[in-house]
Design a protein around this ligand. Structure first.
Ligand SMILES: [Zn+2]
Length: 122
């Protein structure tokens, strides 16, 4: 990948990192507040505790997924600096730009990714 393309992806990843970072921070704070309030006292005040607890759990789940994604984006930025961004880590083939644009943190080409997913499922 040439320097111009690398710079372009770097900008895209940095924007994405900011966007995800803001969302993750907010959800992590919500998740922490939920665990600190304690389930017992909380249920005395809230009539609809059932659905509320589920919503908070989902928010927390999303937050941890967001953190993973954020780490993957950080990793992609490091690969841009090293100049290995956009190359499949498995077979060293170039990852098509269309795939990178759909998933900026992609480390594998479509072929290797689907092979990996098959392995993980079995
Ligand atoms: Zn590959």
């Amino acid at each position: 990948m040439n320097k111009k393309d690398l710079q372009r992806y770097k900008k895209l990843i940095e924007d994405e990192r900011l966007r995800v970072g803001e969302r993750v921070d907010m959800k992590e704070i919500q998740g922490m507040a939920a665990s600190q309030s304690g389930n017992q006292s909380y249920s005395n005040h809230m009539a609809d505790i059932g659905s509320d607890a589920i919503e908070q759990e989902q928010a927390f789940l999303h937050a941890s997924q967001g953190t993973d994604y954020l780490m993957a984006l950080e990793d992609a930025l490091r690969r841009i600096d090293k100049g290995t961004y956009g190359v499949c880590e498995e077979c060293s083939e170039k990852i098509p730009p269309r795939r990178l644009e759909a998933f900026l943190a992609a480390r594998l080409c479509v072929k290797c990714q689907s092979k990996l997913e098959r392995l993980q499922r079995s």
